[in-house]
Design a protein around this ligand. Structure first.
Ligand code: KG4
Length: 333
């Protein structure tokens, strides 16, 4: 089954063609990072306008790169939630028109389900059930993937997403946007014990996470040093910060694996690129006798191939949308 999929929930416009949920025929991504970098974060209105400008050309390019004609498309899929609502609606409107024009079904896909499905593209042997930690710029949650379309969120961040926290820490350290990569790079030469940073616990909700206290702690360290005229050891602050984020994520994932009795742990989303998080998860998985799945970076960050992968399973489960499909800023997985 050949699916044309569209992704526009944040600052990447993407279009892909996939076959049977596991094979990528083409994967086109237009990153808007350059448009937002000057503002230090994503500006929703700029994101929506930029999606409008490129989405149809990108879809044409995806078909061309895949070597398929419009008549070969069996369905159109779209990431319809969660995300920046104006941005989401661009992809939803385009996908509705494309499905109507081609006379094929329209499949709505939850963006985080798409991130999880990136693992199906990277690891052809992976099948549910497994545990997935989705860590991206806009979402942070721990998901029990009972089956391809049967998922339950065990816990989530109660405030900032992990990627958002990286971006804000990078901003106060003057490292630019998006901040995950430069923080990761600097951390490699730092001492991860030099700065004491908080680890949060949400009372009565063992799998929930919180990152805003960590973000505030980094901001306070930098501002206090500035006021005293003291230098900040940026590599060590980055190393301590990466260790703190990893320390927020890893124990929860391990506890959930134990509770569920699963031996498979998948990680998804842009923050999965972080070298400290990868190293900590690899060591813990080996110790626990758990198989760890982390897709390559290209599939971790926002893309439309992952939407096409999940769409295939949603289609098999009977998911169809009409021309009344709406987009949503927030939606349970
Ligand atoms: O998955 P993604 O494209 O975002 C959403 O779907 O929202 O991931 C982008 C996020 C950004 O916050 C970026 O700073 C972060 O992933 N990121 C990283 C690294 N590379 C990207 N965070 C930590 N370490 C990295 N190496």
């Amino acid at each position: 089954m050949v699916i044309l999929s569209i992704e526009s929930t944040c600052d990447e416009t993407a279009a892909a063609v996939t076959a049977d949920g596991r094979k990528v025929l083409s994967d086109q991504v237009f990153s808007q990072v350059g448009l937002h970098a000057v503002y230090g974060g994503v500006v929703p209105e700029i994101a929506s306008r930029a999606h409008v400008e490129v989405v149809s050309r990108l879809a044409e390019k995806a078909l061309e790169a895949a070597g398929v004609k419009k008549a070969d498309i069996d369905a159109v899929a779209v990431s319809y939630a969660p995300g920046l609502i104006g941005a989401v609606l661009v992809g939803v409107s385009f996908a509705k028109a494309a499905a109507y024009g081609l006379g094929v079904p329209l499949i709505p896909v939850h963006h985080v389900r798409g991130h999880i499905a990136a693992n199906y593209l990277a690891f052809p042997d992976l099948e549910p059930p497994f545990l997935c930690l989705a860590i991206s710029g806009g979402n942070t949650l721990l998901v029990d993937v009972r089956d391809y379309t049967d998922m339950r969120s065990l816990g989530a961040t109660v405030d900032d997403a992990a990627g958002e926290c990286f971006d804000k820490a990078a901003r106060v350290l003057g490292l630019g946007y998006p901040g995950g990569k430069p923080v990761d790079e600097l951390s490699k030469t730092g001492d991860d014990k030099k700065y004491s940073l908080p680890r949060a616990h949400v009372a009565g909700r063992p799998y929930d996470m919180s990152f805003s206290g960590l973000k505030t702690a980094v901001v306070n360290i930098v501002h206090t040093a500035e006021q005293r005229g003291e230098p900040v050891d940026k590599p060590s602050l980055c190393a301590s910060f990466c260790a703190a984020v990893s320390g927020e994520l890893l124990p929860r994932a391990i506890a959930a694996l134990r509770e569920l009795g699963y031996k498979k742990l998948a990680v998804a989303g842009g923050v999965a690129a972080n070298s400290r998080i990868r190293a900590d998860f690899e060591a813990a998985a080996e110790q626990a006798g758990v198989r760890l799945y982390i897709p390559p970076l290209r599939l971790c960050v926002d893309n439309a191939a992952m939407i096409g992968a999940q769409a295939y399973y949603e289609y098999l489960a009977g998911a169809r949308a009409g021309s009344d499909l709406n987009g949503y800023a927030n939606l349970e997985i």
